[in-house]
Design a protein around this ligand. Structure first.
Ligand SMILES: [Zn+2]
Length: 138
């Protein structure tokens, strides 16, 4: 499924509800949805207030719907900021395109959460580093 398709918020939540893997891993699963980069997944989870290690089948459909909205929002911002692809990418001059978006949680572990001030944590989940707020992401 394409991440910016109009049916994402309808189609993705029921698929995630059937899976026991951590939501962060599910967002990066190319069989479920194509092309959400690691950084964008972390940003969307923070915006939606969902803990990256929460199992897919333990998140309500309403919260999953908020998450798909957040995913589309983050990707739209990345594209508006000059991204040419939705994956973690490099621009023609070699710089990393994702730095074009305002990162609110990714790479900020040890710094205060911009929403609540709690110190952000980070851990490797499914081989990829993820940062999150232990207070506002449940
Ligand atoms: Zn917070």
């Amino acid at each position: 499924m394409e991440p910016l398709g109009p049916d994402l918020s309808q189609a993705l939540p029921p698929l995630i509800r059937n899976r026991r893997a951590p939501i962060k891993s599910l967002l990066l699963d190319q069989h479920l949805v194509a092309g959400i980069g690691n950084i964008y997944a972390a940003e969307a989870l923070w915006r939606a207030g969902i803990h990256p290690k929460r199992a897919g089948n333990r998140i309500s459909l309403a919260r999953l719907s908020a998450l798909t909205d957040a995913v589309q929002e983050v990707l739209a911002e990345a594209i508006a900021a000059g991204g040419t692809t939705l994956r973690d990418f490099a621009t023609p001059d070699g710089s990393s395109g994702y730095f074009a978006i305002n990162l609110q949680v990714y790479g900020r572990q040890g710094e205060p959460c911009l929403r609540c001030g709690t110190t952000l944590r980070a851990e490797t989940i499914g081989g990829r580093t993820t940062a999150w707020c232990p207070r506002c992401q449940r």
